[in-house]
Design a binder for this molecule. Structure first.
Ligand SMILES: Cc1ncc(COP(=O)(O)O)c(C=O)c1O
Length: 399
């Protein structure tokens, strides 16, 4: 069978590969510590689950309008106004099957063959693949570690070509946990204006920011930025609802109509029951979010302090999301029980096979020399897992 050309362009998700290998070892009865998770380890709050059950008993089990039920779109409009100072009409909102589909809709509606989409490295694994699926070309902006790998106006300028069309910004960032200040966003928005770039702002980790720092949306820095930005968000990370698959976006009415039309032929509406659950998540009691955030912050502090105790590795303290990037490049060239560790992929592979600790190598996020550790796991697991990481590193031999 001859597959379509686009299939050969797609790289399988490294995150899912590691998760599959870790899952297999667990099934074999091995005591695997997972630092690979891309989802909160909490269950969805009870009031949200109850709202879904109620919706089912009320017969809300049918197709809904493709862009989502009106009540949910209204709740999202209110959320954008209250949280981000962004004023949208319900017609500017599109609810989808996860923020991943929101991003896919945006790419399909905007990217023509050969159009270039700029993104900072490290990036979330799916951005380049979604761009390529739409026929576009990902353009990688390699920022400086001294600036937490953030994109800057200068870096963007250096990569502008006549085919530059979109800039993706992800704050807080997965995998680095970096966030952008209003001033930084404002400067980036100015460059986007100068080169007429469309901005896609992925704000899915908005609710998970630590140390009292406030989330800023690039769409809020000016009227021009508002007009050229598609804001993507969802309930997966904020409400521990990854399995429910509800994401949403907001943007210019005409574009949202086109994206809704694409979605109508792909999947129609996102799950009706999950939409009612998301309505409760967004409009209901928010106390869970604060509790989860406090727990994540304590775990971040614990994980960072344990990393700091290990010689020859470093990390940048993340300000948001639930990941830490650990710099392990100084250990390359050493051997572990006779096997050469020459990159983060080898490091992660050996760590999982031998010490039963699952981490994601930086290669999946376009960056070499790092591994990503997710702290969406208990403090006990963090302590246990980091003891194994320390032992693994101590056992590396210089040839
Ligand atoms: C940066 C980022 N954006 C978007 C998503 C997609 O989230 P979902 O499709 O679950 O809403 C994820 C999930 O890992 C993510 O990390």
């Amino acid at each position: 069978m001859k597959y379509a050309e686009r299939v050969s362009q797609i790289t399988p998700s490294v995150t899912l590969q590691i998760t599959a290998k870790a899952g297999q070892l667990k099934q074999e009865g091995k005591d695997v510590i997972g630092f690979g998770a891309g989802e909160p380890d909490f269950n969805t709050p009870d009031h949200i689950i109850q709202a879904a059950i109620k919706a089912m008993y009320e017969g809300k089990t049918k197709y809904t309008p493709t862009p989502g039920i009106n009540e949910l779109k209204q709740a999202i409009v209110k959320k954008f106004r209250d949280d981000n100072g962004l004023v949208y009409e319900p017609a500017q909102i599109l609810v989808s099957t996860g923020a991943k589909q929101s991003l896919a809709n945006a790419m399909l509606a905007l990217v023509d063959d050969g159009d270039e989409v700029l993104m900072a490295v490290p990036y979330w694994v799916s951005y380049p693949e979604l761009v390529k699926l739409a026929g576009g070309v990902p353009v990688y902006l390699n920022g400086s570690p001294d600036n937490q790998y953030k994109m800057t106006p200068e870096l963007i300028e250096q990569h502008i070509t006549p085919r530059s069309k979109i800039l993706i910004i992800n704050s807080p960032n997965n995998p680095s946990g970096t966030i952008y200040s209003r001033e930084e966003l404002s400067a980036i928005a100015d460059v986007c204006k100068a080169h007429d770039l469309i901005i896609i702002s992925d704000e899915i980790y908005e609710k998970l920011i630590y140390g009292g720092i406030k989330h800023e949306s690039i769409a809020a820095v000016s009227q021009d930025a508002f007009d050229r930005t598609i804001v993507v968000n969802g309930v997966s990370k904020a409400y521990a609802m990854t399995g429910w698959r509800i994401g949403y976006l907001a943007g210019p009415t005409g574009l949202v109509k086109q994206m809704s039309s694409i979605q109508s032929h792909m999947t129609s509406n996102p799950c009706s029951i999950a939409q009612y659950a998301s309505l409760e998540a967004i409009a209901g009691d928010q106390s869970f979010v604060a509790e989860m955030k406090d727990e994540f912050e304590a775990r971040r502090d614990l994980l960072v302090s344990l990393i700091e105790e290990i010689p020859e590795v470093t990390c940048i303290k993340p300000e948001g999301a639930f990941y830490v990037m650990m710099d392990v490049h100084q250990l390359f060239g050493r051997t572990y029980k006779g096997t050469l560790i020459s990159n983060a992929m080898d490091f992660s592979d050996q760590l999982l096979s031998d010490q039963l600790v699952a981490v994601v190598p930086g290669e999946g996020f376009g960056i070499e020399g790092f591994i990503r550790l997710s702290y969406a796991t208990s403090k006990e697991n963090i302590r246990k897992g980091m003891t194994r990481v320390r032992d693994f590193i101590a056992a590396l031999h210089k040839e």
